[in-house]
Design a protein around this ligand. Structure first.
Ligand code: SF4
Ligand code: SF4
Length: 447
């Protein structure tokens, strides 16, 4: 029995040291401290139990207990009842989303028209308009370098707008759909996508009416047959600084990366003789998380973002719609994510203005989902000057795609008991409401 106890002591030491090294690499200070203590305390308990003159039966019961707990955690009990798949039944008017409302110029024709249509939004919107605003030097988290870097990325995205759509440049070349799909996905991966997928373009993916730019108020009638969705990673450390400037800088940078990739692929498809349109920051005709889910990239979680299996919500999405024939992927539906979100609520707890619901999914605009209070969220952004990102930062799915976190993600998919365990561990290791991380040394810190 003592040998078994020694093996357990060695195994616990090795795994806790591996955890500590992972936390160190991820610059997670609280987790580093806690995992170091655990790596001292847990193996010591085993050694003390070996040294103490305990009857063999006590050690047997102890070892059996440890074995039973380990087994219970890995037995597949993954099926989560009570989290049915739900497709949205209707479409959304892009004019009603916060970015469109924020882009309205007071006293302009569109401004007056919008609040005639939606007088119920006027009071909320007047509130955020009284605040300094996103990227404002007067905002609470202003820091000149990261704010200017974010503005530079957003301005560069704007330059891509002229390429999002355009005439096809040749007679259509017939490429077998398998080959076309493989090529587009392979190229996206090479360009930096973490994942990509294809879906048939559905009515509910589209906004009803354009809410931004020159085409404000025009109905959206996009007839492309397919949509390609892909994700790009947001840097873990920069997001860890949320709600400070480096998070905004990272968001803008990944909007730019996703936008550039989407535009490149759309131009390529048009050169092959098929209609294609890129959907990029400030120029969306589609709701990216819905397209991403139907293209098999993940499931939509409590904060309304797409939760990818690799990086959770710590991604930005890009979409290209096209008539090029492609092979659709199996739509994403992961009840384990929905179950985990129903237990977790970590994003809801940290959200400063309380914009994320603590309640179960409810029907909103024909869709069973968690709906965030986008007015409260955006108003907070207008005070801080950044796009906050604290919900994304604390999400247990947002950890880097390392061996340890992949193993935890597997456990979460595999077992509903493991989900409870993983959540407790995440809270203990990282804290329920962690402080912002320090940014990389070349970025000025404002904590
Ligand atoms: S923080 Fe928790 S509740 Fe929120 S999206 Fe992530 S897993 Fe779901
Ligand atoms: S970005 Fe910030 S304010 Fe908005 S929902 Fe997330 S935590 Fe809340």
């Amino acid at each position: 029995m003592n040998y078994l106890m020694l093996i357990l002591a060695a195994a616990s030491l090795a795994s806790l040291l591996a955890l500590h090294i992972t936390c160190r690499q991820e610059n997670e200070k609280t987790a580093m401290r806690r995992s170091a203590w655990a790596a001292i305390i847990v193996p010591t308990i085993f050694i003390v139990l070996i040294v103490l003159p305990l009857p063999a039966v006590v050690l047997s019961v102890f070892v059996s207990f440890i074995g039973a707990v380990g087994l219970i955690l890995i037995i597949p009990t993954g099926k989560s009842q009570g989290f049915p798949k739900h497709q949205p039944q209707g479409r959304i008017d892009e004019r009603t989303i916060m970015f469109s409302r924020a882009a309205l110029k007071p006293e302009s024709e569109n401004f007056e028209k919008y609040y005639e249509l939606h007088p119920e939004h006027r009071q909320f919107d007047d509130r955020f308009r009284r605040l300094p605003g996103l990227m404002s030097p007067k905002s609470g988290k202003f820091e000149p370098l990261s704010f200017a870097a974010a503005a530079a990325s957003f301005e560069t995205v704007e330059q891509l707008a002229s390429l999002i759509d355009g005439p096809v440049e040749s007679e259509p070349r017939n490429i077998p759909p398998e080959q076309a799909t493989r090529f587009v996905k392979g190229w996206l991966k090479k360009l930096g996508a973490v994942s990509s997928g294809v879906t048939l373009l559905k009515d509910e993916h589209l906004y009803t009416v354009k809410g931004r730019g020159e085409k404000w108020g025009q109905p959206i009638n996009l007839k492309h047959r397919f949509a390609i969705a892909f994700s790009v990673e947001m840097d873990h450390r920069q997001l860890g600084t949320a709600p400070n400037g480096p998070t905004l800088m990272e968001s803008a940078e990944q909007y730019l990366n996703a936008g550039a990739m989407a535009v490149q692929v759309a131009v390529f498809i048009r050169k092959m003789g098929w209609a294609a349109e890129a959907h990029i920051d400030a120029n969306y005709k589609v709701i990216c998380p819905l397209v991403g889910r139907d293209a098999g990239l993940g499931e939509i979680g409590r904060m309304g973002l797409l939760m990818t299996p690799e990086l959770g919500p710590r991604v930005r999405l890009g979409v290209i719609t096209t008539d090029l024939s492609l092979i659709p992927d199996k739509p994403g539906y992961d009840p384990s994510v929905l179950h985990f979100c129903s237990l977790c609520r970590k994003c809801a707890d940290i959200c400063p203005p309380g914009a994320i619901s603590h309640q179960p999914r409810e029907m909103h605009e024909g869709s069973l989902r968690w709906k965030i209070d986008s007015e409260a969220c955006f108003t907070y952004w207008c005070a801080t000057g950044t796009d906050c990102g604290q919900c994304m930062k604390v999400c247990p799915y947002s950890h880097p795609d390392t061996m340890i976190h992949s193993w935890v993600r597997w456990g979460i998919r595999n077992s509903f008991i493991f989900r409870h365990f993983a959540l407790r561990m995440d809270d203990w290791l990282y804290g329920r409401k962690p402080e912002p991380m320090a940014p990389a040394s070349w970025i000025p810190s404002r904590r």
